[in-house]
Design a protein around this ligand. Structure first.
Ligand code: ADP
Ligand code: MG
Length: 435
C-alpha cells in the first residue's frame, strides 16, 4: 500500500531572515495511508496546525519533500495549487470561516463554482450534504443565525462538496459545547468509516485520541512518536518483526512515552520487587492471567497462592496469599475503569460517564492519603488523572504537577504522596491497557 501523504524532512520557517525568524517544523517525516484517521496531538504552539497547512501546500518556506497522492504542491503555481487542493483535500477550522453574506446553501456550493459545475448540480449536491448532516432546514438562512454546532456541520459539508479523499480538521470542536462536539466528532468518524476518507485532525485535547487509528505526538516542531491505537484495527500493517515478543516491547506498548532505558528499569523493578523465585513468578503470572481472563475466580486464586510449590502452587503463607488476592482485586477493579475510559470514545462517541471513572480513580488515590484536601486540589488531581490516563502527559509530568504547590499551578500534595499516587496510577494504566 502506498501512502496518500508522504513527508520527508519537512521544515517550515516563519519570518525567514527577520529578527523574529522561527522554525516551526523541524525535520518531520511521516507517512499517512489511505482511509487512516490520524490525530496530530500536542500542546499549544508545538506545530500541529503548521504541519496540517504544510500538507495543504499553503505555507511559504517549506523545505524537504512532500507528496500528496503522488503530487508535490510546492512545485505548483497559484492556479495549479488551487486546483490541486480542490481535488485532493477539504478543510475545516475551529472558527468555521463561513461567508457571512451568503446563504448556507451557497456557502456549501461555492467550491463547485470554481470547479465549473452547473447551478442545478451545485445546489443538488450541496443540499444532499446538508440533508445528510441534518441541517437542510437551515439551507436558506445566513450563517450568523445558526448555532456553532450547526455552522460546523455546514463547514464539513462545504469541505466535502468536491468529494476530496482527504479531510483536514484544525481543532474543529474547539469552539463547541459538549453536545455539538459529540455530534461533529461522530460525523467525522462516520465520514472516515463509511466514505473511507482519510482524516487528519489537529487537537490538543486527549479525550479525542481514541477516534484515531494512529496518533502523531508533536513537541517543539518535531514529530516525537507515532502511536497506533490498540483499540482500533490498524490500516497501516504492522511491520514483520515488529510484533510484540519481548517484555520490553509489551511494556513499551503500555508506556508509549518511556525511553528504552526507562522500560528496562521498569522490567527489572517488576522482577526485583517480588520476593519470589523464577518458578514462582512464572506460575504467579499464569495464575494472574487466568484471573484476568475470567478462567478462575479470586477464591481459587488465593488457594493457588497458598498451595505448596510441589503441589503446583506458589507456596505463600495464608496471610500473604490473602493480602495479594485483595490487592489483585482492587487493581483489577480500578483498571477496568481506566480501560473503559480509554475505550469510551471509540465506539459510541464521548460519554458522560468519563467523569465518573475519573472521579472514582481520584477517590481511590485520595483514600491512600491521610491529610485533608481543599476543592482546588480535587479539581487539579482529577485533571491530572484524566490527562495521564488518556496519554496527554507523561508519568513525570503527572508527578511534578501533583507535587507542585497550588500557587505554582500544581495540585499541592507532598512530594511523597505525589510519588505514591504516580506509582499507583501507573500500575492501573498498565493493567488497563493489558486486560
Ligand atoms: P499549534 O497548532 O500546535 O498550536 P502552530 O503550528 O500554530 O502550533 O504554531 C507553531 C509555532 O509557530 C508557534 O510558536 C507559533 O507562534 C508559530 N507560528 C505559527 N504561525 C506563525 C506565523 N504565521 N508567523 C510566525 N510564527 C508563527
Ligand atoms: Mg493550532
Amino acid at each position: 500500500m502506498d501512502p496518500i501523504i508522504k513527508g520527508e524532512n519537512l521544515e517550515i520557517v516563519y519570518n525567514l531572515g527577520k529578527s523574529n525568524e522561527y522554525r516551526a517544523l523541524r525535520s518531520v517525516s511521516a507517512e499517512i495511508f489511505p482511509e487512516e484517521y490520524i490525530i496530530l496531538f500536542g500542546p499549544s504552539g508545538c506545530g500541529k496546525s503548521t504541519l496540517l497547512y504544510c500538507f495543504l501546500g499553503t505555507l511559504p518556506n517549506t523545505y524537504g519533500k512532500l507528496l500528496v497522492k503522488g503530487e508535490d504542491p510546492y512545485t505548483y503555481d497559484a492556479e495549479q495549487l488551487v486546483q490541486f487542493q480542490q481535488r485532493t483535500m477539504g478543510i475545516i477550522y475551529q472558527a468555521f470561516y463561513l461567508i457571512p453574506s451568503l446563504s448556507v446553501l451557497d456557502n456549501v456550493a461555492l467550491p463547485l463554482i470554481f470547479a465549473g459545475v452547473s447551478k442545478l448540480d451545485r445546489e443538488k449536491r450541496a443540499f444532499g450534504l446538508l440533508k445528510r448532516f441534518g441541517v437542510e432546514k437551515q439551507a436558506y438562512k445566513l450563517p450568523a443565525s445558526l448555532s456553532g454546532g450547526q455552522q460546523q456541520r455546514i463547514a464539513v459539508s462545504r469541505a466535502l462538496v468536491n468529494d476530496p479523499e482527504i479531510l483536514l480538521a484544525d481543532e474543529p470542536v474547539g469552539n463547541l459545547d459538549s453536545i455539538s462536539t459529540k455530534h461533529v466528532m461522530d460525523m467525522l468518524d462516520d465520514i472516515n468509516k463509511k466514505e473511507k476518507k482519510t482524516i487528519i485532525l489537529v487537537t490538543h485535547d486527549a479525550k479525542y485520541l481514541p477516534y484515531a487509528h494512529r496518533v502523531f505526538y508533536m513537541k517543539d516542531g518535531g514529530l516525537e512518536r507515532e502511536v497506533p491505537n490498540p483499540e482500533k484495527p490498524q490500516i497501516k500493517a504492522v511491520e514483520p518483526g515488529k510484533t510484540i515478543v519481548t517484555e520490553i516491547e509489551t511494556l513499551a506498548r503500555m508506556y508509549p512515552y518511556s525511553s528504552v532505558d526507562e522500560l528496562r528499569v521498569k522490567s527489572i523493578i517488576n522482577f526485583l520487587t517480588q520476593s519470589l523465585n523464577f518458578d514462582q513468578l512464572e506460575r504467579l503470572e499464569k495464575t494472574v492471567e487466568m484471573v484476568m481472563m475470567g478462567n478462575i475466580d479470586e477464591l481459587n486464586f488465593q488457594k493457588i497462592l497458598n498451595m505448596r510449590v510441589d503441589e503446583g502452587g506458589i507456596g505463600l503463607r495464608l496471610p500473604e496469599a490473602r493480602k495479594m488476592t485483595e490487592k489483585l482485586h482492587n487493581i483489577l477493579e480500578q483498571s477496568f475503569d481506566v480501560k473503559r475510559y480509554r475505550k469510551g470514545v471509540t465506539s459510541e462517541g464521548l460519554r458522560p460517564e468519563f467523569d465518573v471513572f475519573i472521579r472514582r480513580l481520584r477517590t481511590d488515590l485520595l483514600d491512600q492519603f491521610e491529610g485533608q484536601v481543599v476543592p482546588i486540589q480535587l479539581t487539579r488531581l482529577e485533571k491530572a488523572i484524566s490527562d495521564r490516563v488518556s496519554g496527554l502527559i507523561k508519568k513525570e509530568d503527572f508527578q511534578t504537577y501533583i507535587g507542585a504547590s497550588i500557587s505554582n499551578g500544581g495540585a499541592g500534595f507532598p512530594a511523597r504522596t505525589a510519588r505514591n499516587f504516580t506509582l499507583y496510577l501507573e500500575k492501573l494504566i498498565a493493567q488497563g491497557t493489558r486486560i
